[in-house]
Design a protein around this ligand. Sequence first.
Ligand code: PEP
Ligand code: MG
Length: 750
Amino acid sequence: MLTQLREIVEQVSKVDDLRQSLDILVIETCKAMKTECCSIYIVNEEKKHLELMATKGLETHKKSVTLDVNEGLVGLVYRTVEPLNLADAINHSNYKYVPEIGEEIYHSFLATPIVHRRNCLGVIVIQQRKQRSFTDVEESFLVTLAAQLAVIFAHAKSQGQWFQSNRNQTQIFSGIAASPGVAIAPLWWSDDQPKLELVSPCSSLDIDQELENLSRALELAMKDFRKLRKRLVNDINKDTLAIFDLFIHLLNDPILREDLKKQIKSGDCADWALRQVVESYAARFNKMSDPYLRERSQDIKELGQRLLHFLYNGESVEYDWPHPVILITQELTASLLASIPKGKLKAVVSMEGAANSHAAILSRALGILAVMGVDIVPQKLHNKKSIVDGYSGQIFVRPSRTLVKEYKQLLNEEIELSKLVEGEIEENTQTKDQLTINLFLNAGLSADTSIAINKGVKGVGLYRTEIPFLLHHRFPSEDEQTLQYRSVLKAYPNKPVVMRTLDVGGDKPLPYLCVEEDNPFLGWRGIRFTLDHPDIFLIQLRAMLKASVGLDNMDIMLPMISGLKELDEALAFIEQAYNEVSELSDYQLKRPKIGIMIEVPSMLYLLPQVAKKVDFISVGSNDLTQYLLAVDRNNSRVADVYDSLHPAVIAALKHIIDISNQHKLPVCLCGELAGDPIGALILVGLGYRSLSMNTSSVAKIKYILRQVSLAELVIMVDKINHCYAAEDIREMMVNFLESKGLGGFIRAGK
Ligand code: PEP
Ligand code: MG
């Protein structure tokens, strides 16, 4: 039966037209289950009905057959989201007689819902004339089939191939709201990759160089395919995944490699050699009589295309467009955002990633609206006028005039709101009952060395040093780092700047340091990496200390500390670097304050000991949430589980501030929660007095804090402590903000 199941799914997923694939499905299911009737009903959520989309065994006379979701046995299966196995369906109280479809001849009835991620997309039914219960094996066959169909359906739906009555109707796609705002512009999918068929004959005298280029492209392509395969392994069907196996297999094929090398050794440039070899392989497959093998010719061409990309582009691509666009990208990266001309980018729609990935943080820091983890076919959407709602994570392609009007209105309100908050940027951050909150900036991720002096903040609460490391092709030298850090320290004279030591690993791999790990977030990351590399660590520490000479405004912070031993080791390195730099200069080098990030949950239980060793702590709520809830901050599939308002995270935050206050340990919070209106209010209510956030959040958070009093926040937090789930906390806070006339800051889109 397993083979039959696989065959059905393979046949269905091969056909592009969904309606046609359903027709095949019902016929094949009847065959496999030796039954007389099989039907598929698909739910229409708007109209709240189930439509008979395909059937073998019922009479439809080309008329559409629909059932209200509250009607009949099919409606019952849809509502209960459970299989139903009946020997005599006609006598069931929920049976609904539908005239003219000829259903009355069937007695036995087995139906199962088609569920994707808790969402019922439809119902599959098999029926027989004979009165009998279907066996357990038959039932589990249908359940397994439905589970696989759900993946195919969900994919078709997200790709805009779902049943649509009107082709001009607005298509709606959903992703994760990663950076707020509203944008109206055409979508832009750049397909400006070099084309293999356009490569012209070219010869080279430097054969070794060409061979090296080829082998680098082969390695990069291999890594890329592996990465893609790994990413998709749970998401797409076996058939589609096999393509990656084929690519990887081909890239490793000694004959193909040898043919490419031979062509280069005959004097051809690598790209021209690639075109010739790929075309000759493709032609060979094309001649084969087996249709399956013939199709492989296309795969070879695709492989050649990818290799060509890596031959030309080991590095980043420059972007420019004739008008402002909403950019669709496979993966949003720091270098992509860094390379886009300002003013040309209205929003980014990324097919991968989640709201707390570093790329998402970066887009928020840059004030670029972003929606991530969207499953789309980008080619089909290129140049289509669209609206991106960065509050709800929705993308409306070909929006109606009314929708555009509504969103234009929202956009205007946004502009008004930002004028209002910007007007108060230089005011004190004081609540209505005169409590001062210290606002700091998170800097560094934007790859922008010319960070403007921000009058509205007390200093920099987190300077992420990773970007200079990520943008280089090698580790930056001590002098290069000194220069970079000094420019930052100089931008904030007389204000503290907390420089965090290198936090690479996790989702910030260095391009020149290849580390393959199954669980990078639980692996060689942050302080673990730098302690294993005293060379790199000491260079960075010395560069920071040298950069601070005469400015005296630098503090040092250590990321990802998970135990006291690590902390002691890191402190010893700081001491060593301090002594080395002190010896070099006549100047009395100021000792920086030393702090650690509290982002690994183990540190919650070591705070009293930590208080004896460091000058301050800063809570990294992004990672703390990830590690406390065991949920990858980058994985769009579990993005709804990642929530910093989870009661356990709130309890941890309360524990940190309470224990730190007991031990007189200064605390700041520098995760994304600090720049979120709801988060900031809760944090102040919990007792936090220092918050560090992205530039784009400062004015907004300052404005909000000035409209509330500590007394009311304490009452709110007290209520929150009794909440059952993040949703309840959010709802309570939304109501609170709305009652204060601050609803516009958290407004969800339409
Ligand atoms: C955090 O984890 O909250 C944090 C501020 O650090 P990063 O986002 O750079 O990991
Ligand atoms: Mg962190």
